[in-house]
Design a protein around this ligand. Sequence first.
Ligand code: BES
Ligand code: MN
Ligand code: ZN
Length: 534
Amino acid sequence: MNFSFVSGDATRASGELLVIPLFEGELGDTAPSSLAAADTALEGRLRGAAAQEGFKAKGEQSFLMHTHGRATADRVLLLGLGNRARFHPETLRLAAGRAVKAALRLKAGSVAFVLPATDAAADAVRAVAEGLLLGAYRFDKYKSSAREEKNPARVGKVALVLPEGVEKTRELDDALALAKRVGEATNWARDLVNEPPNAVTPTVLAEAARQAAKEAGLQVTIGGLREIEKLDMGMFLGVTAGSAEEPRLIHVVYTPKSARDAKRPPLALVGKAITFDSGGLSLKPSDGMIDMKTDMAGSAAVLGAMKVIAALKPPFPVHAFIGACENMPSGTAYKPGDILTSRLGKTVEITNTDAEGRLVLGDILTWACEHRPSAVIDLATLTGACVIALGNYITGAFGEHDGTVNEVLQSARTAGEEMWRMPMSEMQKDALRSEVADMKNSGERWGSSINAALFLKEFVGETPWVHLDIAGPSNSPKERGYLSKGGTGVGLRTLVEWVRLRAANPEAYEAAPAPTVKGASKAAGKRARKPARG
Ligand code: BES
Ligand code: MN
Ligand code: ZN
């Protein structure tokens, strides 16, 4: 998609489809100049026809009309943005997604998109460009009909029409460049999620990470079973034991160029990467297993975010830590009743092999915290209960470090990703008490998302930590705005925003102590304090 900025009469802007977003009431006297111009070109018929069809510019409303050669565009599309007082750039991102889907349906190869006059033009540019890029996404490479199509619909050119009085500035160029990176990285992450589990194995995921890191100029280290054994990640080893696919340990590092910046404590990003979750011996029923290729969505979003972060160049290092494997039943699989010893030294009784994510993440979080980050955030499709609680579009945020949790919530809000803080009540902790080990991996059904978060908490020590349960929003059940059915790439924009937020004030964040555990073996204690290789 090629973007350009244009000024002046929208009806003269080049594009087969002219898109004019409107707030409620703007069909009347307060019409923006673009609508007035289009209406004049169409001899006063546009507003009348739209009104007659019941178009009031409410959110999610749209109205399409042919121009019969009276404007550069063949058609004009009015997009409802709803109430101006409740405007958030996310409204525009969703509307742009609907517009590009309409363009593709109409086989319009180019679009002129009128930017609405809002408080911050740069935010509008970013939202529109991201909405268009994300909305144009399709995953149809396995459809013979799509592969054989000679002229697949494609929007190649977009003219962004600046509102009256707004000049093209460096700030708008930067917003557009960031939007392109975010849009492309999100679609890349969506591909990883949508690819079937026989295509994206742990090995393939690691190779995708390697290639992405190389292209972005990031350092990458990939380990296999041997490295996982050397790191004593007993929980990770338990989960991968039943699979014929080799596990992978992925470590991607961004280091700032300046030596002073490089010495700052890093940010640590962790992503769940179960490339297929059958449940293991505690096998899932068929209905619950069908979407379980998406159980690596957290790692896809983290890796996608790293691509963008490499270009943002924040003044502190950023590390991504990922443990990738399958969760499968077999003669070598880990069993209910097994007791596993984590890297941190804590022992865990397995009561349900389907609570596998927290096991891998526990070991990976310990490893991440050994690098003494200023904060660690994990993205994980962790619990079905979080989907029950918050539905398909809202992420659950857990953590006890209020400052960091609030930063992440604020970043999510700026990014237009809905997120809701969940409690981590110690009252629930009984659920994980084991008779035979330090804890068990799964408790009762009630409060299952909180139990999972409390389990993870055991492995981060004093490091400020936020856990994002993306089990719902990682996968959209239907088309909506810029979302298509399937992988969404959720969390990527929040991570990018969080890094931007911290980059504005890098001095404020100190390294946290690495986790240590009382009662663990001496070796484990020593190990926990020493930064690991890789
Ligand atoms: N990957 C699943 C969680 C999940 C469910 C993600 C639905 C996306 C959609 C996770 O590994 C899991 O199986 N969780 C169990 C935990 C339980 C056994 C304690 C769950 O939520 O049922
Ligand atoms: Mn599971
Ligand atoms: Zn899982």
